[in-house]
Design a protein around this ligand. Structure first.
Ligand SMILES: NC(=O)c1ccc[n+]([C@@H]2O[C@H](COP(=O)([O-])OP(=O)(O)OC[C@H]3O[C@@H](n4cnc5c(N)ncnc54)[C@H](OP(=O)(O)O)[C@@H]3O)[C@@H](O)[C@H]2O)c1
Length: 296
């Protein structure tokens, strides 16, 4: 039996679908407030709980062989991204869980002081590696599924909002590919006790995303590109009223100000180990939005 946290999230939902397509038994950790009927319909066992409550974590781990930790709690990083994972790891050890897959983030080792999320992921990685559990740590770049609302807006208006340096590079990963890698990590021998950066097959500048949308929807992009200091100004002003919000925007600031991409060698190695071809951003958006490529 698998336990998947963040079961209703962008990634978690895809992990559950994949596990259920393979008829694997899976317990989906969900909050009562989540929309979990799709998971139930797919035959997942829905466990209602809150990752901030240790008792819920203990109960959810009973009878579990594999854990995939795919949750995040941007408004309470300390409790959700850090403590809940430490508790999950401790329970996994106590109960003899066979393998623990942790979804971290690309660039985690750079130690960004301004981002509570990066710091939490880094500490959880260290704890998991030292725990003695069999583990796989996946460090993804930004998810392609995050861009779907932006693609819809582009389709309707041609507008693409790009904050900060348009030359910063990224390798957006197909959220479906990441779900496959997360699920396969527990059975692929070469993935045991390994850490993998996970990105798409190409390195693109953030500015090129507007060009990709332009190709897909066949319209000229209107790129609105405020510099980073505009974001900083807004963030500082918000901080006068709400210092917690100012702190939590630190992770977004880190993401906007830095480059996050995988090398060609890292992608080649992933494709070999997991026997797959990583999907490009363009292909992902076309597939999800039903826009076929027209070959002239
Ligand atoms: N999105 C990205 O671009 C990106 C990039 C790199 C790494 N990651 C990592 O990848 C993982 C998946 O990200 P995602 O974008 O799929 O996340 P997401 O869509 O934001 O979903 C997060 C999930 O965590 C659950 N959650 C939050 N607080 C909880 C609590 N107290 N108790 C129980 N569940 C709780 C949410 O439950 P509800 O449904 O009830 O809200 C939701 O299902 C995360 O670990 C994230 O840090 C994401």
């Amino acid at each position: 039996m698998f336990l998947v946290t963040g079961a209703n999230g962008d990634l978690g939902r895809r992990i559950i679908r994949r596990l259920r397509d393979q008829e694997m038994p899976v317990r989906a950790f969900s909050r009562l407030t989540s929309r979990y009927s799709e998971l139930e319909n797919r035959g997942a066992e829905v466990f209602i709980g809150d990752l901030k409550i240790d008792k819920d974590i203990h109960k959810a781990c009973q009878g579990i062989e594999y854990i995939i930790s795919a949750h995040r709690g941007p408004s309470d990083v300390q409790a959700v991204d850090y403590r809940a994972n430490i508790e999950l790891i401790d329970c996994a050890l106590k109960l003899g869980v066979k393998h623990f897959v942790f979804i971290s983030v690309l660039g985690v080792e750079r130690g960004y002081e301004d981002s509570p999320t990066f710091k939490a992921k880094r500490e959880v990685e260290k704890y998991l590696k030292a725990s003695g559990l069999n583990y796989t740590i996946l460090q993804p770049s930004g998810f392609a599924s995050n861009l779907l609302p932006l693609a819809e807006r582009f389709r309707d208006t041609g507008v693409y909002l790009l904050i900060g340096d348009s030359q910063n590079r990224t390798s957006i990963v197909s959220t479906d590919d990441l779900a496959k890698i997360a699920v396969d990590s527990v059975r692929v021998k070469a993935a045991c006790n390994q850490t993998f950066p996970v990105g798409g097959p190409e390195i693109i500048s953030r500015g090129e995303i507007a060009q990709i949308f332009s190709r897909i929807f066949n319209r000229e992009p209107i790129v609105i590109n405020p510099p980073l200091f505009v974001f900083d100004g807004l963030r500082n002003t918000l901080g006068l009223f709400n210092s917690e919000l100012q702190k939590s925007l630190g992770t977004l600031r880190v993401l906007l100000a830095n480059e996050f991409f995988c090398t060609a060698e890292e992608i080649e190695s992933l494709e070999t180990i997991f026997e797959m071809n990583m999907e490009s951003l363009e292909s992902f958006i076309r597939r999800k939005m039903g826009v076929a490529r027209i070959n002239n």
